[in-house]
Design a protein around this ligand. Sequence first.
Ligand SMILES: [Ca+2]
Length: 206
Amino acid sequence: MSPLGGQGLRANKTVKMCLSYADALFSPHARQNLFDVIKSRLLAKGGLLIFGTDKGKTQQSGTRAEGKVKEVLDELNLFYTCAPSQQHRDFRNIGNIGLDIEVKKSDKGIIKCNDTRPPEDVFYIVFLYQKSTEKSKHKPCIWFGTGDELCGHPELEALREVDIAMENARKIAKSKGLGNLKLYPRYNWSVNCAGLSGKIELDPEQ
Ligand SMILES: [Ca+2]
């Protein structure tokens, strides 16, 4: 038995945790690196074709896609917290280094984001065209990347102009002259994934 016994093991664990914190602080690539590990593991695992929805319940098949990612996080024994639904980060602070992952699924290739556009610092795993057949233009695939890459690197100036236009629209909607009508202009963002590069085709046989 080692002179430190059980204590030695605990000490070892502490060292590992400190290293991962240090890694996060000193390497700007730590989150990307961990995301790459999760990506490889998910692809190696297979069984990633998630067919359609159960009786039109989009939420449920979305949950199945998230379940696949959760399995990988658990197999890798990674720390994370789960966000309440309707938020843009399904899994937060993965590996205790601030890696947040959002899982999406769309059979039509359009991701609905409602009032919040994908945050640039969130990493996305997107299941696309799962219902495709042999004749379909788009094959079932999966895509990995950051929110910024998902959005196609929008220009800050263009985004700022949109925000100003929205502010103005809200001001106009509040102004007098609409009688009893009330209006609150809202964002309704969505992402068209057709042009995303780096999609990984899924084997229909798996
Ligand atoms: Ca999700």
